[in-house]
Design a protein around this ligand. Structure first.
Ligand code: FAD
Length: 396
């Protein structure tokens, strides 16, 4: 894919990394080099989490000064402020993402809901933080989500617990709508996603009457999701609300395939990367073509996908900063996309994750795995960082 074109230049490493000192650049290169070692990332995945939670000396500190500092904004909202300010100076918005996963006691789930609400309040006081992310699995016991999806009858206690889940989500969305903050609801594993979709549709029907406050997430690595995007749009049109659509490829491919094989049902994931990419591009076009009634966000580090959305916006003569046409990358990744899109006048944001080291470890492990080199090659992030260091050395 040609990166230089009339719309945006993704190969401009000078713009992409202007915010990084030489030392910061070298540190990032070192980190991406480490993450290219599969055995090290596997080690982090197997014993890293245990070492941190058992409080083995220095493990928390090592994680915090390396991979955590690359991918996480801070332990608390206040600690994220420097990252938010840096992004704002570069015309980049922040999407706040409380990274805790896998909690299950009612007390922890209530606490998570409070944390999401605090993030909303914090976002409302920051002009460059228009969105907060929620993960339904951080607000519910997974078994309940799964049981609802399977349409198994819930006993009285379970029904009460599920009511509490929808209550938590509604309380966050209501708080956000009152303060003018938007909510992205993340997509998760297919065996709980129907329940998440249903809860999200309920929220969109309630809060997206006049404008888009709540966004659902569409994982285009699933072969049924393009059709689901179409039917979601039809549903929104029939019921008179705006659709919010965050488009992702999907983060749980191995887990999905492994479970499908183990339990002997057809995998929900596309058979090839090409098929997944083709659906992602179709989904971008579907959303841009309906931008008046549908607000979308291309949440991706794929250059071709970002370029395609920029190209469609240009060809249709739409304002680059139309509030319904957005891009988003994760903090610590895809800076060549984010900073160059912002420099060319598009609406672009970073997902800034926050939380304590032990809370965000599953997220960090996913990021490390994503950046592990296939076939021994270094990742694109690494190559771009090295290119920029070389450019600075040559140009002085
Ligand atoms: C801002 C942001 C928000 C996100 N939110 C979510 C979320 O809510 N839920 C979620 O699940 N993920 C989410 N993700 C992660 C995302 O789904 C991807 O895992 C990640 O971004 C890599 O995909 P990519 O579009 O950047 O492109 P690429 O790097 O081009 O694509 C890699 C992806 O393609 C897919 N893929 C790879 N090989 C195959 C194959 N053989 N067959 C079929 N598909 C294949 C996989 O999804 C893989 O992750 C988010 C990502 C971003 C940037």
């Amino acid at each position: 894919m040609k990166e230089k074109n009339d719309f945006v230049d993704f190969s401009d490493t000078k713009v992409a990394f202007a915010h990084k000192s030489d030392a910061a650049l070298k540190k990032a290169i070192f980190l991406f080099k480490i993450m290219s070692k599969k055995w090290l990332v596997d080690l982090l995945g197997t014993i890293g989490g245990k070492a941190v939670s058992w409080g083995i000396p220095f493990t928390g500190k090592i994680v915090k000064s390396t991979i955590y500092s690359q991918f996480v904004g801070g332990e608390t909202l206040v600690e994220c402020q420097d990252s938010i300010d840096l992004l704002e100076r570069n015309r980049i918005l922040t999407v706040l993402d409380y990274g805790a996963e896998g909690k299950s006691s009612e007390e922890d789930l209530d606490q998570a809901a409070e944390n999401f609400k605090n993030a909303v309040t914090f976002a409302a006081s920051n002009d460059s933080v228009p969105v907060v992310v929620i993960k339904v699995s951080a607000l519910a016991k997974n078994e309940i989500l799964e049981k609802v999806q399977l349409k198994h009858p819930l006993d009285e206690n379970e029904a009460a617990l599920f009511d509490r889940v929808s209550g938590r989500i509604d309380a966050i969305c209501s708080h956000a709508t009152k303060l003018g903050v938007k909510i992205f609801i993340d997509a998760e594993e297919s065996w709980i996603q129907d329940t998440i979709d249903q809860l999200t549709v309920d929220m969109m029907m309630k809060y997206n009457q006049q404008q888009v406050f709540v966004y659902n997430t569409f994982q285009l690595y699933r072969h049924d999701r393009y059709a689901f995007l179409e039917s979601s749009y039809d549903h929104a049109e029939r019921h008179g609300y705006f659709l919010g659509a965050k488009l992702v490829r999907g983060a749980y491919m191995e887990k999905e395939r492994e479970r499908a094989e183990r339990l002997k049902y057809p995998s929900p994931i596309h058979k090839t990367k090409q098929a997944c990419d083709a659906d992602y591009q179709r989904a971008i076009k579907f959303c841009v073509d309906r931008y008046e009634r549908l607000a979308s966000c291309a949440a991706t580090h794929n250059t071709a996908s970002c370029l395609y959305q920029a190209q469609l916006i240009g060809e249709r003569n739409l304002p680059r900063n139309h509030p319904h046409l957005n891009f988003c990358q994760l903090y610590g990744m895809g800076d060549n996309l984010t900073f160059n899109l912002a420099d060319s006048g598009y609406n672009v944001a970073k997902y800034v994750v926050f939380g304590e080291v032990k809370e965000v470890l599953p997220y960090l492990i996913r990021r490390a795995e994503e950046n592990t080199a296939v076939k021994g090659e270094f990742t694109r992030e690494y190559q771009l960082l090295v290119e920029e260091l070389e450019r600075r050395r040559v140009e002085g």
